[in-house]
Design a protein around this ligand. Sequence first.
Ligand SMILES: [Zn+2]
Length: 444
Amino acid sequence: MYSEIEALAEGLTEKLMGIRRDFHKFAESGWFEMRTASLIARRLTEMGFEVLAGSDVCLAESRMGLPDEDELEEHYARAKEQGADPQFLPRIKGGFTGVLGILRCGEGPTVALRFDIDALGVNEDKTADHRPFKEGFSSVNPGMMHACGHDGHAAIGLGVAEVLMAVKDELRGTVKIIFQPAEEGVRGAKSIVDKGHLDGVDYVLACHITGRSTQEDRVSDTTAGCGGSLATSKMDALFYGKSAHAGGSPEDGRNALAAAGTALQNLLAIPRNSASDTRVNVGTLQGGSGRNVIPEFAKMELEVRGKTTAGNIYMEQWAQRIIKASAEMHDCTYEVKKMGEAFLMESDLPLMERIAKVCRENLKTVRIHPQLRRESTGSEDFSYMMKRVQDQGGQASMLRILTDTAAVAHNSRFDFNDRDALPKAVKVLSAVVYDILSEGPVKN
Ligand SMILES: [Zn+2]
């Protein structure tokens, strides 16, 4: 069966490259993935999956960092023009861009797979030696680019769906293939978890396309798992004051920008924590309306991170207190909006060992990295799904699909070897799901 899975995945190479390049060309950033999601839902339906889309996938009030209605409306019109699926598009309207494909194969464990589908707010490089530009599939949407490989992840998800559908008679259990919006800014996963789609899931897997950086990477195709990512909270702090003439009656004003400035200084002075590595950044600060007017409004975008979830909570509590106290000091009011959140991400050892064993013993064309766990930098909201499954006693892992990349992730010249990475990822994930579901119901 494993060689059949490898052959099926291999046979999908050209098709998956086509899908990846189409998604790349029509890049859509977080909560705008309307064309992308509608086409995924269409393909899953054609394959025979039970398909959920729109508000059946994402809980409305748990969608963090949702763009405003006008922008969502604008992108809806553009998605329509750019060839979105007319049947699914209306269900995805208003930033409900998650899709879930379910394959039920009788009694047995439930395995969920998560693929993120959003692009980044980056303008893609348009020089001749940037392959997507040279080969005519660079982003046509200004300020949006697949610079983190999520176009590839979406294609891999569809590839895994096709392979598992082809071998479904050999499976005993349930497969849930989750296509998640808005991973960038760690905004999307929570809405899917809060909707309950990870409840009762025994295993959850995800993958990320990653450039090779070490000698061991160069002779490996995948790592079984990873760990050590940073827990993080992304927040917008809004300060509300009162405008007044700066010369005539400054005492009547309440200076929102002064409150924000006070907060800025003190956020960067949060005491270090001996129990956890931490980070804090104020990325933007805007406010005021004119030289001679006491500023009535200021907005700050900030984030904190921690090497442990407790370390992140420590940072967030300090940040909340500083923002509150700074607003009070200048007699302003304030509001803190949570724009994104992720936990520490740690793959489970037994699952990593199982993945490594499947690659080593059953797959002829996938080389497993000698180190099971890759240290992660940055943050990843798949950690939300992992936590839900791990809290229920299930197992989770985030694999790294190693391939050659043209630049570091989030760079305007990012590109990866899709001919290499896509079939490889489909092989590993399909084989691991087969390994789990060919056993049938767990015997206790
Ligand atoms: Zn990414």
